[in-house]
Design a protein around this ligand. Structure first.
Ligand code: UD1
Ligand code: PEP
Length: 418
């Protein structure tokens, strides 16, 4: 079995450029099916989820060429409106194709998406929103069939500010007749990035990044060149890696404005974070201090995707810390693995209390999902001895060449067969 072997106890030092954001690139690639001509998307990370997305696009009839981190997509002659089930199941983000394909062709057939097992993750808000735009939806034999001769603008109030639903509905509304207003929209930076891309192509999306998004329908989008924003979750992960190894690293291609609350929590733990333009330096001297309390919530609150890396940090802090996971009900699967490495964590429903220990010890642990896997790498970097992290494929969904990324900062980490 392929796993990551990590020899702990080495401070991270040096410089790393952060790659483009997975969670921005995926909806942007899906939106490219609405464009006429060849789209050029830059800084697309080479990740498993991106490969699945490009496989789907090719399967539907688009031409996709990759040159380093630049993807060229021409979906002008796209024919199929049905995403094969085995590809839908490979990741959650396959659902992003629903809005754009329906908007362009008046029909789309998908099945329930797959993805990390961090909670039930229904898609009811996506479907209700599309119905509000005039789509008829039939669910049969595990497939979802959506039809609409032309979508019509509508007022949609999301019960939860879902990132994916906000993005799907913005994309669907771009070709709808009239005006769509999405209330209680999610405000994550990746949504603003998607809207910027759509607007560059000729869409009229206002307010993305705020809780009310207004979309005036247009008839046509023209392909453009567009650069994806830096990955704030990868940035946050590397910042915690510096803190947990008492290191000193410089990160390039970052956006500190997307990480306000995260930077505050790192400073609370004792890290010195300095920002100059798109460069961030993170330095930690001595053992981390405990963090009083972290509650994951929607942006601009503390991101659920960084909850597990922060739990690693708190596991070795000099005192007691508390975390509440309020977004996904199943996002504590790293806890049992951190305990195997000596962490003292008690979980009561959605709240975890961590009594920091002086040292973690290397062990063989299993990544249950993407960010849980990242948290276990960080634990391995800080631990005494060697850690083996199994199920690397989860980590490959979100961190490009993960061992090279940490290796560049002096970590002793290898991909091995065990
Ligand atoms: C590709 C991508 O961008 N993934 C991110 C996106 O996932 P994703 O878009 O799937 O997350 P959502 O914002 O939709 O989920 C937030 C909450 O809403 C619930 N919900 C969502 C949709 C729906 O139709 N019904 C419903 O009940 C979910 O179960 C969850 O409890 O945002 C999450 C929350 O920041 C991040 O952890 C993921 O990394
Ligand atoms: C949960 C995540 O991704 P996805 O929504 O693609 O499963 C993540 O990026 O942490």
């Amino acid at each position: 079995m392929e796993c990551l072997a990590i020899e702990g106890g080495h401070r991270l030092t040096g410089t790393l450029r952060i790659h483009g954001a997975k969670n921005a690139a995926l909806p942007i690639l899906a939106a490219s099916v609405m464009a006429h001509g060849e789209s050029t998307i830059q800084d697309v990370p080479d990740l498993q989820d991106i490969r699945v997305m490009t496989t789907i696009l090719r399967q539907l009839g688009a031409k996709v060429n990759a040159e380093g981190s630049t993807l060229r997509i021409d979906a002008t002659l796209l024919q199929s409106t049905e995403v094969p089930e085995h590809l839908m199941r490979q990741m959650r983000s396959s659902i992003f194709l629903m809005g754009p394909i329906l908007a362009r062709f008046g029909h789309v057939r998908v099945s329930k998406p797959g993805g990390c097992t961090i909670g039930s993750r229904p898609i009811d808000l996506h479907l209700k929103g599309l119905q509000a735009l005039g789509a008829t939806i039939e669910e049969k034999h595990g497939y979802i069939d959506c039809r609409a001769t032309r979508l019509r603008g509508a007022k949609i109030h999301l019960d939860i500010p879902s990132v994916g639903a906000t993005e799907n509905l913005i994309m669907a509304a771009v070709f709808a007749e009239g005006t769509t207003v999405i209330e209680n929209a999610a405000r994550e930076p990746e949504i603003a990035d998607l809207a910027n891309y759509l607007n560059a192509m000729g869409a009229k999306v206002q307010g993305a990044g705020d809780d009310t998004v207004i979309i005036e329908g247009v008839d046509r989008l023209e392909a453009v060149e567009y650069r994806v924003i830096p990955d704030r979750i990868v940035t946050g992960t590397m910042m915690v890696a510096a803190a947990v190894t008492q290191g000193d690293i410089t990160l390039q291609n970052t956006n500190a404005a997307h990480l306000g609350v995260v930077i505050n929590k790192l400073r609370e733990a004792g890290a010195v974070v300095t920002v100059e333009g798109d460069v961030m330096q993170v330095k930690m001297e001595g053992r981390p201090k405990p963090i009083d309390s972290i509650k994951t919530t929607y942006y601009p609150g503390f991101p659920t995707d960084l909850q597990s890396p922060f739990m690693t940090l708190m596991s070795v802090a000099a005192g007691t810390s508390m975390v509440t996971e309020s977004v996904f009900e199943g996002r504590y699967q790293h806890v049992s693995e951190l305990r195997r490495m000596g962490a003292n964590i008690k979980v009561d429903l959605r709240t975890a209390i961590m009594e920091g220990v002086a040292e973690l010890t290397g062990a063989t642990v299993e990544a249950s999902d993407l960010r849980a896997g990242a948290a276990l790498i960080l634990a391995g970097l800080a631990a005494n001895g060697t850690t083996y992290v199994e199920n690397v494929h989860h980590i490959d969904r979100g961190y490009e060449q993960v061992e090279a990324m940490f290796g560049q900062l002096g970590a002793k980490i290898w991909r091995v067969q065990k």
